[in-house]
Write a protein that binds this ligand. Structure first.
Ligand SMILES: [Zn+2]
Length: 218
């Protein structure tokens, strides 16, 4: 299946409110859920685009505790990056920086978070061996598969990024995995990635993170 054209994609999100409405639907398909206490009732604080829980009064933004946590970037930049990546295009930080008119460092961090969404989209314990300190016992067939995949992923990294630091290599493996699994259905890939990017992160040790940063990641 082909992905929708970029023009149609942009038409679907004419402004930030459209992005927010869309992400709300994706994140809370059955209505708002407070991340702290699970309450469904909320009051919308219109001026700051926050949802205040009617029970515990926690104020939650649509991006809180997601890969977009405390972002200062427009939501449309995120959606557009999800779109690019999911439609199979190579998405370098340079390209993002140039197209969205953001600093190169910002583009790097944006892509890093999108890779995190790719990881979450295809999370599967069996394949967690790509994490550097995987403690799972790996059966022979998985080891064999691993060897093959690590080789292919290595080629992918070489071709598109030339060199990445050993400490962040696993993130590029996840990018490779997401891309190869979803290469034939970009339309579904976009849904998957937006879903993953806007869903609540409950487990703090996912992806080798010890904490969800209090500061904005991007
Ligand atoms: Zn609450």
């Amino acid at each position: 299946m082909r992905a929708m054209s970029i023009r149609r994609f942009m038409e679907q999100f004419p402004d930030e409110q459209a992005c927010r409405d869309y992400l709300f639907q994706v994140r809370w398909p059955r209505g708002f859920i407070c991340t702290k206490c699970g309450e469904n009732q909320y009051t919308l604080i219109l001026t700051r685009h926050l949802y205040e829980c009617s029970n515990c009064r926690t104020q939650i933004s649509i991006t809180a505790n997601t890969v977009m946590h405390r972002t200062k970037l427009p939501l449309s930049y995120w959606l557009l990056t999800f779109y690019w990546v999911a439609s199979g295009e190579q998405c370098s930080a340079r390209k993002i920086a140039k197209t969205l008119q953001v600093q190169y460092r910002t583009a790097l961090r944006l892509l890093d978070q999108v890779r995190y969404a790719m990881f979450r989209a295809e999370y599967d314990a069996l394949f967690s061996f790509w994490l550097p300190n995987d403690k799972h016992a790996t059966p022979y067939v998985v080891k064999k598969g691993k060897h093959k995949m690590v080789n292919k992923a290595g080629l992918f990294i070489k071709r598109h990024y030339r060199h990445v630091s050993p400490t962040s290599k696993h993130k590029y493996f996840y990018e490779y995995r997401f891309r190869s699994i979803n290469q034939y259905d970009p339309a579904a890939a976009i849904d998957k990635l937006i879903n993953s990017g806007s869903s609540t992160i409950y487990s703090l040790n996912e992806y080798h993170r010890k904490t969800i940063s209090k500061k904005a990641t991007v």
